[in-house]
Design a protein around this ligand. Structure first.
Ligand SMILES: [Zn+2]
Length: 300
């Protein structure tokens, strides 16, 4: 139906599938989302980073195609059990952006909720639906939907079952917080593995020093270390440790093994200092490191 822009929305979701396959869960704006998606022989933008609510000029229907949240307030939109509360654009309830947002509720069309997890990167949550509209509080409730049916012919639909919906919201929230944590830690370390200095965004993780289920396991920069995939795994497996005086320790087990260039590479960082963030407030917390290092020493 023209009012619902079904073909255009389907093209948008299909292109997001491709971008997520290429980049992972978070997609960059530059050289990614800024290319838009093909529809009707033209390219249609996914979103407008300058303003939160976006309706594309190519649409025939009145409802928004996407909404976004800036990296300055990645989950500044209040989280509730059934989704996220998303504020209208400030000013008149009846201005075009707010009309497009409210039409998405009235028509119950699927849209994309782009959450910025770090500057210039977005996690697209799609299909999302506007599940409630509150013109007095000037905000809507954004809830997750699902794509059903065989691949390539998947149809978006809202998650009607409240238990399923709450479960989906919780899952998404955990993953969003992890993404935001990763973004902050990687930025603090200038996208560098603190042990081997590898600078390849796609191979870097944010490792917790104190695990997220432990006391002091908060997802804050001083509880994080930027590590490449190999060093992250080695750190989690107690094959490398970081002492509270910021030195790399390689486990005896690994030091005594002899084979192979990769192993030499791992062993080579033994007794080397780690790379530290420039800002004092971002440096790894010595107490958390000490606690973790004790366990490393005990296991080797
Ligand atoms: Zn590394």
């Amino acid at each position: 139906m023209q009012m619902r822009d079904e073909m255009l929305r389907a093209a948008c979701f299909a292109s997001l599938d491709v971008l997520c396959a290429q980049f992972g869960d978070d997609v960059p704006y530059k050289d990614g989302l800024d290319r838009g998606f093909p529809h009707g022989g033209a390219r249609v933008p996914f979103l407008s980073p300058q303003k939160g609510i976006f309706r594309a000029a190519a649409q025939t229907g009145p409802a928004a195609l996407s909404i976004n949240t800036s990296s300055k307030s990645p989950y500044g939109d209040a989280e509730v059990d059934d989704g996220y509360l998303y504020a209208y654009r400030a000013g008149s309830v009846d201005q075009p952006d707010n009309r497009a947002l409210r039409q998405a509720f009235a028509l119950q069309v699927p849209l994309v909720y782009f959450v910025a997890t770090r500057p210039g990167w977005y996690r697209p949550l799609y299909p999302s639906y506007i599940a409630a509209d509150d013109p007095v509080a000037q905000r809507v409730l954004v809830s997750p939907g699902q794509l059903v049916g065989p691949l390539d012919e998947r149809d978006p639909e809202p998650l009607e079952n409240p238990i399923e919906r709450r479960y989906a919201v919780r899952e998404t929230r955990v993953r969003l917080h992890q993404a935001v944590f990763r973004g902050r830690v990687l930025r603090a370390y200038s996208n560098t593995c603190t042990i081997c200095r590898l600078k390849e965004d796609r191979l870097l993780d944010a490792a917790h020093i104190a695990g997220d289920l432990e006391a002091h396991g908060e997802p804050i920069v001083p509880n994080g270390l930027a590590l490449c995939s190999i060093h992250h795994r080695a750190y989690d497996q107690q094959l490398v440790g970081v002492s509270p005086d910021y030195e790399v320790h390689v486990s005896k087990r690994l030091l005594e093994e002899e084979d192979g260039p990769m192993l030499e590479l791992l062993k080579g960082f033994h007794a080397q200092p780690i790379v530290l963030p420039k800002r004092a407030a971002w440096k790894p917390d010595r107490e958390r490191l000490a606690e973790r290092f004790e366990r490393f020493v005990a296991s080797t």
